[in-house]
Design a protein around this ligand. Structure first.
Ligand code: 0X9
Ligand code: ZN
Ligand code: ZN
Length: 430
């Protein structure tokens, strides 16, 4: 089937690949992406965005891999490549190929991830859930005076969702860090664990001050089921693992599942097969529900919430559900975000972060953690941080980038909290 005109696009059915055959099953029981490529396609307005998104509507043809500012990154199967190329050549979209062969990128990462016999945990590779939990146990045992383990609840598959509280003294403002709500965003838990280790072991004055003058609540892997699945079955898995009634597609986007402006403004999908499926009702996903219950219980102690994501190098503030309105303290949120971005850019890596509201800078996304925390829990300094990179590797960013990413994020957070404090946001709430 060929894409004739843009106008007829919406009604055209894309070739449905003999799918499963290719995507599921195969070697080692892992989903393979041989000769799948990632294209970056730029758009100017919402109409063009919708046109591009309509390409992704049928399952297993062209998938939305990621969305950045005014560009979609599309995962194109080898089978749909000819049609896709034809479509591009007949349109005015400017496009470039980002990743030639996704499987190769996954294989490279897998090779770089091989464990030395004596290594149980490392920031030179990506650790799996069991390794992260063992490491967490070690940390809790090594620093019993200032740490406390907690469990926010259980995942759909029954795994405990664990976190660590770090507190050096009473009367500190509280910072909550959520990480890896999206399964494939491995650099987030790698960065979160590195951050925990720095808070506890660094001798640098800057870090000691950071560690000891805040109470930290850190959940390194929120979407535990999805994370395990991304390690064992499908490297590109994003959602939870709860089956959907009446659909063969599994999981919902936990970051669309919070009960705040849920499903508003096209900020999530009602299609169980979509990557941004909001779930059948707010808090249908046990992982989001557990977070909500845990945070509600300590909200009076929390001044700041940071949700770690990848990729795009962005700081996103509320709101996600609408770009027409901004929070009352939008100006402050921009000033605090700027502090992070400036601090990161001043480092030798020179990494550039952009910032803005979720809906304004990116696209409407309703029911995300930060918006719920801001709207319903009155946590007034609330951001999603999208880590490296801008698309060269995307989610499959080689482990050599973990430490640089983590280092600049630490410096960014130091600056962010200093600015928030200056503006009066770190006062005790009770
Ligand atoms: O779409 C998302 O959930 C986040 N991007 S990601 O590529 N990591 O999936 C951005 C969420 C920001 N949007 C809102 N906070 N509403
Ligand atoms: Zn609303
Ligand atoms: Zn994400």
């Amino acid at each position: 089937m060929i894409f004739n005109t843009l106008r007829s696009l919406a009604t055209i059915t894309l070739i449905v690949l003999t799918d499963g055959a290719n995507l599921e099953a195969n070697r080692g029981n892992r989903v393979r992406y041989d000769n799948y490529s990632v294209y970056k396609v730029r758009y100017q307005n919402n109409l063009e965005r919708q046109t591009l998104l309509s390409l992704t509507q049928q399952p297993h043809s062209i998938k939305l891999w990621h969305e950045a500012r005014h560009e979609l990154h599309l995962l194109v199967s080898p089978q749909s490549l000819p049609e896709f190329v034809t479509f591009l050549s007949r349109s005015n979209f400017s496009a470039e190929i980002f990743i030639q062969n996704v499987q190769k990128a996954i294989d490279n990462e897998y090779a770089a991830n091989s464990r030395a016999t004596d290594d149980t945990f490392s920031w030179k590779r990506y650790n799996n859930l069991a390794e992260i939990e063992d490491w967490l146990d070690d940390i809790l045992a090594r620093y019993p005076k200032v740490t406390e383990g907690f469990v926010i609840g259980k995942s759909y598959e029954g795994r405990p969702i664990r976190g660590i509280k770090i507190s050096y003294k009473i009367g500190n403002p509280g910072v909550f860090i959520e990480s890896n709500i999206h399964a494939r965003e491995w650099i987030t838990s790698a960065t979160a664990t590195w951050f925990i280790n720095e808070l506890l072991s660094s001798n640098e004055e800057l870090v000691r001050e950071l560690a000891e003058s805040h109470d930290w609540y850190i959940v390194p892997v929120l979407n535990v089921d999805g994370f395990v699945y991304s390690h064992e079955k499908d490297r590109l898995w994003r959602k939870t693992r709860q089956p959907s009634a009446g659909s063969s597609c599994v999981g919902a986007d936990a970051n669309r599942n919070y009960n705040s402006h849920w499903m508003e403004n096209g900020g999530a999908s009602a299609d169980p097969c979509a990557e941004d499926y909001a779930g059948p009702f707010p808090f249908s996903e046990p992982e989001a529900k557990a977070m909500a219950e845990f945070i509600s219980g300590i909200k009076d102690k929390l001044n700041v919430l940071l949700a770690f994501h990848s990729y795009s190098q962005l700081l996103l503030s509320p709101y996600g559900h609408s770009s027409e309105v901004v929070p009352y303290n939008h100006k402050d949120l921009m000033q605090v975000a700027k502090a992070y971005a400036d601090a990161v850019q001043a480092l030798p890596y020179g990494t550039i972060y952009q910032y803005g509201t979720s809906a304004g800078l990116l696209y409407p996304a309703s029911g995300a953690t930060l918006d719920w925390a801001y709207n319903e829990q009155y946590i007034r300094i609330s951001y999603t941080i999208e880590f490296r990179d801008t698309g060269k590797f995307g989610f499959v960013i080689p482990p050599a980038y973990i430490i640089p990413n983590a280092e600049e994020n630490l410096i960014g957070i130091v600056a962010l909290l200093a600015e928030a404090k200056k503006l009066g946001y770190l006062k005790l709430k009770y």
